[in-house]
Design a protein around this ligand. Structure first.
Ligand code: ZN
Length: 163
């Protein structure tokens, strides 16, 4: 599929396709074929959006093509009265996150030693797809404290650490 459409246009179509699918799925008179066709349309648009996001992104170190996604759509924060920008993410679904030592990390006990670490994911996030791709290509990875999301790893916090 070739596309010159922007993410806004793809997202608009995606939202319309999602509503159409939900309507069909909730209507007992819908045929299975119609519901399946609607589901396929949603899936195709998700694929198109993903491909759109990762244009220009280098392959991962593991050689896989990274996956692009809209992590959270932008929205208007009623309470604060501000627009909260969308978060776009480019990431590898095959590479597991790793621990990296950082001054602003959390103290964990690893192999009997206390290390100040963060969890680094093989993903980059930004408020536009282009910026997420740029950060991905520059290896500006997401670093956070979700240690329990590292496969096969159970974090042991050092006694003085704020868990
Ligand atoms: Zn990878």
């Amino acid at each position: 599929m070739t596309t010159q459409r922007t993410e806004k246009q793809i997202l608009e179509d995606l939202r319309a396709a999602q509503s159409a699918y939900i309507e069909l799925a909730q209507n007992p008179e819908s045929t299975q074929a119609a519901t399946q066709t609607a589901a396929k349309a949603v899936s195709a648009l998700n694929t198109e959006l993903g491909e759109y996001i990762v244009r220009g992104a280098n392959p991962c170190e593991c050689k896989a093509t990274p996956l692009g996604m809209l992590k959270t759509p932008g929205y208007f924060d009623q309470a604060k009265g501000v627009d909260v920008p969308a978060v776009w993410e480019v990431g590898c679904v095959y590479c597991n996150p790793v621990l990296v030592e950082r001054d602003d990390g959390k103290a964990l006990i690893i192999d009997d030693a206390t290390k100040t670490v963060k969890r680094r994911s093989f993903s980059a996030r930004a408020t536009t797809p282009e910026e997420a791709v740029r950060k991905w290509n520059e290896k500006q990875w997401v670093e956070d404290f979700y240690f329990d999301r590292i496969k096969g790893f159970t974090p042991v916090y050092a006694p003085d650490a704020k868990a």
